[in-house]
Design a protein around this ligand. Structure first.
Ligand SMILES: Nc1nc2c(c(=O)[nH]1)N[C@H]1C(S)=C(S)[C@@H](COP(=O)(O)O)O[C@H]1N2
Ligand SMILES: [Mo]
Length: 316
C-alpha cells in the first residue's frame, strides 16, 4: 500500500490541522453570535447536511486523535469512481451531482416515502458530530469526526412492521456519471445490509459531513452508513434507498467473494482474512506506524451483546 502524496487538488485544506479547523469554526460561529447555540444549518449556510453541528461528547473518546482532513478526503475506497485510493477524489468530482438527492424508505414499513435529503436531515433533528475509528478490511485505519444522525432515528421514521428483520441499503446507479459502473468492476448498484438490531444500535450512524463540513463526494455524499465496529466496506456510500426486508440481504462484496467478505464483517483481530492478517493495522497519516487491531474495533462494550452465543469465526 502506498503512502498518499498530496496532489494539487488535495492541498486546499493542507494548512488546516484538526485543531485549526475546530478553532476556525468556533471563530466563525462567534462572529455570527451563534457559538454554543443549536440551530438549523440550512438557515445559515443553505448547505446539504444540516451544518454546522454540535459535538456529541458521549461519542468523542479523548484518546482518539482524528486523522487529518486531507487524508480522510483523499485516501478513499469508492469503486464507482475507480479502484485506486486516489481516483475517487478526482472522478467523483467531475460531473457527478450528489445534490439534489432523493432518499427512499421502502419495504416492510408503515411509513414508505421518498424525500429530499435535506428534509430527511431536518426530520432527524439536524446533525451531531461523533469521532469514530474507521477500519478497512484491507488492514488500514483512520479516526474520523463524522457529522450526521443515528440510524435508529431513520428506522423510527420508517416505522418497520414486525416482519422486517433486516435493513438493506443501496447506492445510486448511474453508469453515465460513474466510470466504475461502466467498467462493471463490481456488481452494481452497491448494496449492504444490517440486522435490524444492529441498525438500531446506538453506534450505527448516517454521516452527512466530516469535520463539520458537508461530506465530500468521494466520501459518499450526501449520506452514507457508518458502522464503526465493522469493516469499512459495510459503510455503503451515497445511499438512495433504505429497504426493510424479512430475509438477510447479500452485500456486494459478499456476492463478489463470500469466502473473504461475510455478512457480519465485524472487526476481529482473531479471524484473519484468507490473504492477510487482521491482528494489526496501518495507521493512515501515521507514517510507518502499525497498531494492534481491537475486538469490534474497540466498541466491544456497545456491540458484543448483539452477537452473544454466535460463532464469530463462522459468522465473519
Ligand atoms: N458505494 C460504495 N460504498 C462503499 C465503497 C464502495 O466502493 N462503494 N467502499 C467501501 C469501503 S471498502 C470502505 S473502506 C469505505 C471507505 O470510506 P472512505 O473512503 O470514506 O474512507 O467505504 C465503503 N463504502
Ligand atoms: Mo474497505
Amino acid at each position: 500500500m502506498l503512502i498518499h502524496t498530496p496532489k494539487d487538488w488535495a492541498l486546499r485544506e493542507s494548512a488546516a490541522t484538526p485543531e485549526t479547523i475546530y478553532r476556525n469554526r468556533r471563530a466563525f460561529l462567534k462572529t455570527l453570535g451563534l457559538a454554543g447555540t443549536a440551530f438549523a444549518a440550512r438557515d445559515l449556510l443553505g448547505a446539504t447536511g444540516g451544518f454546522p453541528t454540535k459535538v456529541n461528547a458521549a461519542f468523542r473518546d479523548p484518546a482518539l486523535k482524528p486523522t487529518a482532513y486531507d487524508h480522510i478526503t483523499s485516501y478513499n475506497n469508492f469503486y464507482e469512481f475507480g479502484t485506486s485510493k486516489e481516483e475517487p477524489v478526482v472522478l467523483a468530482n467531475r460531473g457527478w451531482k450528489s445534490e439534489p438527492w432523493t432518499v427512499e424508505l421502502a419495504g416492510l414499513i408503515n411509513a414508505p416515502q421518498k424525500l429530499d435529503v435535506n428534509d430527511l436531515v431536518a426530520k432527524m433533528g439536524g446533525v451531531e458530530q461523533r469521532v469514530y475509528r474507521h477500519r478497512c478490511v484491507e488492514a488500514w485505519s483512520m479516526v474520523v469526526p463524522w457529522d450526521g444522525f443515528p440510524l435508529a432515528k431513520l428506522v423510527a421514521l420508517a416505522d418497520p412492521k414486525p416482519e422486517a428483520k433486516f435493513l438493506k441499503m443501496t447506492t445510486f446507479l448511474d453508469p453515465k456519471s460513474a466510470p466504475g459502473q461502466r467498467e462493471r468492476n463490481l456488481d452494481y448498484p452497491y448494496v449492504e445490509g444490517l440486522r435490524l438490531d444492529e441498525a438500531t444500535n446506538e453506534l450505527a450512524f448516517i454521516a452527512t459531513g466530516i469535520y463539520g463540513k458537508p461530506i465530500p463526494n468521494q466520501n459518499g455524499a450526501p449520506l452514507r452508513l457508518v458502522t464503526p465496529w465493522k469493516y469499512g466496506f459495510k459503510g455503503v456510500k451515497s445511499i438512495v434507498k433504505f429497504e426493510f426486508v424479512a430475509k438477510q440481504p447479500r452485500g456486494t462484496w459478499e456476492v463478489m467473494q463470500a469466502r473473504e467478505y461475510g455478512f457480519y464483517a465485524n472487526v476481529n483481530p482473531n479471524v484473519d482474512h484468507p490473504r492477510w492478517t487482521q491482528a494489526s493495522e496501518k495507521v493512515i497519516g501515521g507514517g510507518l506506524t502499525r497498531q494492534r487491531t481491537l475486538m469490534f474495533n474497540g466498541y466491544e462494550k456497545q456491540v458484543a451483546g448483539l452477537y452473544q452465543g454466535m460463532n464469530l469465526e463462522k459468522n465473519y
